[in-house]
Design a protein around this ligand. Sequence first.
Ligand code: MN
Length: 728
Amino acid sequence: MEDNYENLVSTLKDLGKNYNFEKIQQAYEYAASLHEGQFRKSGEKYICHPISVACIVAEFGLDTDSICAALLHDTLEDCADKTDVETIKRLFGQQVYELVEGLTKLVQIQFVDKEDMHMESLRKMFLAMAKDVRVIFIKLADRIHNMRTLAAQPPEKQRRIALETMHVYAPLAHRLGMQRVKQELENLSLSYLDPDGFKAVNDDIEKRYGQNKDFIEHTKESILNSMNDYHIKCDIEGRVKSVYSIYRKMFMQKKTFDEIYDFYAVRLIVDTELECYTALGVIHELYNTIPGRFKDYISIPKANNYRSLHTTVIGKDGVPFEVQIRTWEMHHVAEFGIAAHWKYKSGDKGGLDIDQKLEWITKLVENESSTADPEDFIDALKIDIFSDETFVFTPSGDVITLPQDSNCIDFAYHIHSAVGNKMIGAKVNGVIVPIDRELHNGEIVEIITSQASKGPSRDWLKIAKTSDAKAKIRQWFKKEKRDDNIIAGREEILSELKKYGKVTQSDMDQVVEAVATRNGMTCADDMYNMIGYGGISLSKIAIKLKDEFESLIASREPEVVPEITLQTNAKASKNNGGVIVDGQDGCSVKFAKCCNPLPGDAIVGFITKGFGISVHKCDCQNVLKSVEENKDRFVSVEWAHGYTSSKNDSYDAMLKIYAEDRISMLADISMALADMKVSITQVFTQKHGPDDMIINIAVSCKNVEHLNAIISRLRGIRGVFNIQRGNS
Ligand code: MN
């Protein structure tokens, strides 16, 4: 029995491009030998199908490798017993092998008729899986040939294939700007999906054209004459509307035939872009225009790179018709879309690499960003799905779209937070996998849940890739596990604080309490909880913890009892604690908690942000530390006259008493203080060696003189070795 290989050869010869005929012949012979003994439903040899597909691929303008891949496209699927990927790679090279493999993978996608959103995901997945645009072109060619020969199939299969074509392949062809392919697929699909509707519209069209047989002919003639007058060489086509496009307008947009302005249409194809505009001028001179129907897709191309001028005018007897004007190059792109563009860009050199492909998509998007129609723009963006999304299936066949690199945890939480929270395992394509297993296009993912599950693990926060999953995991910890969160939060903060020095639990509580209240929380536990479930990240508060911790530590460093310098030359002021700020009367003043200056201490002022002047002792650790950096913010201050010796206000002073650790030590100290009418505002003790202790005590006193009196009285107590002025 004969096949149609000679057709392919003559098609290729007519196209007159630089094909590698030897390689094509080899691919043909190999495919023919593999398909030997297989027949199509129509009765012809199976190899006729791949040859026809190769012809269509060649007409798209694709290269030798694409033609070889078209010839081989069904071999891996249908002749698995006779060949394999390695053989294809060895015989025809990497490129052909990748194309054939890509095509074989696409066969595995099952399209089920679902709602629109679902179909959109399927289309995207289709594109994503194809990786190389040429795979899509070959797949479309395959589909065109299958649709052309669909009559041989049983009715249910006809319907399924036609639906799939209408919902997936025709929109894809449109995306890729392949107008002719799109129209052919739509018309063929419609003829199977709604044979009666198709026939009715088709008959109507025939009737209209029949009644108005002369209209198109007459119009074409007068246009051609005028173009001649202006010396514009042009081709003119008369019938350009497809049955499906009319069907859609009538049945979906509920328009009548008379409301379809562009039922009649002519298309002018000229040589140059300039001639397009000249021809438009001629048309507008010849006919009256319908306002608002002129579109310049030349200066602003459509998302799919479609370029043409469109206008609608009133012809003979008041019949409106549409005129499309374009150059041959634009025509080719309109018919074959991205295929033509692709061929044009790549010459005959072969495939594009990913970068070039993306660059080309970027260009598509850039073109569109200057147009006004946001829907078209979104359409253009939708083509760019090669890099950032993964499409997987649920066991029931729904498509789930996830960001690239997502894993089973992301999938589970995408389905529902309850599924994620009860997850104990996962299966990919029926095989149990680790839950952090990354997902790939086209995989079927099943989440194994158990009511006995104790919920997600904290590690999942690090494993999950999507913010959606992370948020849901955090939510769970926030709600279910406050106690655990607090423990986890304490551990995290403790290890952070340890970076800055030795830290005790009570130091930490003090530091965290301060940071928590400053951040609007009521207690330290709120902060631990929040860190524990990840509501706030440790890095966000690390600096605050560090600052707080360091000032706590700094305040404990032993200080030498300062020498007393009496200030004598100032006048008293109100409401400033007896401090006079250099040249700035009425300044708000507060005493720094880190060093608690007393009247008589050498002091310095620090301009805070928003709290006035903070007064420190000159030898305060914090002052010494920041004086270099913040020189400008220090001001000179002094005690007002009288404050250093009289009994105006009382100030807190901190004392660190090194003493023997004996039972009545604290009692002796408090009695001595009570005797001097000095009140204790704060006290706590700590062990210091096996037999000694340190008593940190805050006493309220008048000034340095008063404090010195207190110190010398306390020194007299038995077992007190040393007393330092210092902080808590
Ligand atoms: Mn096929």
